[in-house]
Design a protein around this ligand. Structure first.
Ligand SMILES: [Zn+2]
Length: 548
């Protein structure tokens, strides 16, 4: 996902006037959605076959979802999510109709068959309705019933945050993903549907419709599942990457084909840079796709959606305010970066969405670094500091589907860039980035797992570092005073025990110091004339004249 859109002004005003203060009150529905309820905990999702008929004439979605699961602990009540105005009409198990009741967005089914530990079972859920219409995709979830430039239907789904259960019945919590998924989409025969994974079959139904069957051969997060229906044309190629040959497929409106053929070459540069930094593309058997949509873009797994006008920058702007942001297409790079952080390594709870956005925002700098050099990448990252608001912590509230501040993007990226300075070993740093993707391959993870992994690999105690940047809004400030041949310094405006080492330049000479919350002194024979903190650290400096 991308944080700011055209219409940014409202968001910026919102932040400065405190409209986006941390929410502290949550509803019963927030808990049903955001918690691993007892009705979710007992079963492990293994497979979905989602079959949806999309009818533009009356704006309806109807179909079935076959949900396959393994019983972890016996229980007779199961929770499935589907939000109004969508309705579940029938639920069966082994052909037998099941009783169910609705509690807002959650549906509780009383299963008649005894559920036994270790069993693999299936539930068939029939649903229909007019799904909520998105007013501002991708920030506002729902279905967009748009027209392309030639006035033909262009129908897409977006649902990050609001949830996949806006349009299809599923286990709508990020912790559990199916191991694979089949998506069968029926649509008017003159159009085409492009979804996740690989197209395995296209049926002509002899009733004015076609059905496209897309198979996803990997675990997939529910918010990544998407439908894109329009007048698509296809082109593609292969990429020789770290794990062999990767199919790259591109689907765009027929009138954009020539532009796309040139512009989408950036996808190969992206693969080259990100495989270098993060390791192999995580879904070789599903291929990589870019799919044109009538909104800016989104990280839908193996179906990255694109609507940035075949131009560099983001909506014509440079996110970093340095010039480097205009050297590449922000949407291709950022949204594809999510294939590693979001789709491969996925947050276990929405409160940890920084695992998706901080690493992916940082991936933009790494892309710049790969092609334009280390200092260019650093400059890009530092440039994004202008986007930081320090309004509330990067980590949100657990158990209620509530992500943290939009600072998870630029501040998160600068946190990682700062951490890289402390690691002070680019080989090791790259090994950590690749190691995260290998260790947590196709997994859903919590913040603590990421923190523990990095602390372990760096052999540094990073507890106060992560607490400072992820769980606090203050910018740690280095207070210092120069008195002739002595410098005194300490950290303030920080969490307890914050003791991050920092690189400084004293009389122009580089030196590492290890400040704590207490005053430290540095003496030398001559006088100190200048004292500067290395600009790659996201910290503040405050010179003082009187020490108390
Ligand atoms: Zn994003």
């Amino acid at each position: 996902m991308i944080y700011r859109a055209a219409g940014t002004l409202l968001l910026i005003l919102g932040i400065t006037t405190g409209i986006f203060a941390q929410k502290t009150q949550f509803t019963h529905q927030d808990s049903l959605r955001g918690t691993i309820t007892p009705e979710r905990a007992w079963w492990d999702l293994t497979y979905y076959h989602l079959s949806v008929k999309v009818t533009p004439d009356d704006s309806t979605f109807s179909g079935t979802n076959l949900i396959q699961y393994r019983v972890i602990e016996p229980n007779q009540k199961i929770q499935i999510d589907l939000q109004p105005p969508m309705e579940i009409s029938k639920i069966t198990q082994n052909g037998e109709e099941q009783k169910f009741e609705r509690d807002g967005n959650a549906w509780f089914i009383s299963l008649s068959k005894k559920q036994q530990k270790g069993e693999m079972l299936e539930l068939m859920v029939e649903f229909n309705g007019k799904p909520k219409v998105s007013r501002r995709p991708p920030w506002d979830g729902g279905v967009s019933w748009k027209k392309d430039e030639k006035g033909r239907p262009f129908i897409v789904t977006t649902n990050q945050g609001d949830g996949a259960s806006l349009w299809w019945p599923c286990k709508d919590h990020p912790y559990d993903e199916p191991d694979s998924m089949l998506l069968s989409v029926t649509f008017p025969k003159d159009l085409m549907d492009v979804s996740n994974g690989k197209l395995i079959k296209l049926d002509n139904n002899n009733d004015g419709t076609k059905t496209a069957h897309w198979f996803v051969n990997n675990p997939i997060n529910s918010y990544g599942v998407n439908i894109n229906i329009g007048n698509y044309v296809h082109f593609g190629d292969t990429y020789k990457g770290e794990k062999g040959t990767l199919d790259c497929n591109f689907w765009v409106m027929d009138y954009n084909l020539e532009k796309a053929k040139k512009h989408f070459k950036q996808a190969y540069q992206m693969l080259e840079a990100f495989e270098y930094w993060f390791g192999p593309y995580p879904f070789y058997n599903d291929g990589y796709k870019l799919v044109e949509v009538p909104y800016p873009g989104m990280e839908h797994q193996s179906s990255v959606t694109y609507g940035n006008g075949f131009k560099n920058g983001y909506g014509g702007r440079d996110e970093s305010h340095t010039g480097y942001g205009m050297k590449f297409d922000f949407i291709i790079i950022h949204e594809s970066g999510h294939e590693w952080f979001a789709n491969n390594v996925t947050n276990w709870d929405e409160a940890d969405m920084w695992i998706h956005e901080s690493f992916t925002a940082y991936s933009e700098s790494l892309f710049v670094e790969y092609f334009w050099g280390k200092e260019a990448g650093a400059e890009y990252c530092r440039g994004t500091r202008l986007n930081i608001s320090n309004d509330r912590p990067i980590i949100g509230v657990y158990g209620v589907n509530y992500p943290g501040s939009g600072d998870m993007y630029s501040k998160g990226a600068n946190m990682l860039h700062t951490l890289r300075q402390i690691v002070n070993d680019d080989k090791k740093w790259r090994k950590i980035l690749r190691g995260l993707n290998e260790t947590f391959y196709h997994q859903t993870v919590k913040a603590e797992q990421i923190e523990k992994y990095i602390s372990g690999e760096t052999e540094l105690d990073l507890e106060s570092f992560f607490n400072q940047y992820l769980r606090d809004t203050r910018i740690p400030t280095l207070e210092y005073a120069i008195v002739d041949n002595e410098i005194r310094y300490r950290w303030t405006n920080c969490v307890n025990d914050f003791n991050m080492p920092v690189k400084v330049y004293i009389n122009g000479e580089m030196k590492w110091i290890q400040p704590t919350g207490r005053w430290s002194r540095l003496k030398q024979s001559g006088n100190y004339k200048s004292f500067e903190i290395d600009k790659n650290f996201y910290v503040a400096a405050f010179p003082i004249t009187v020490i108390n």
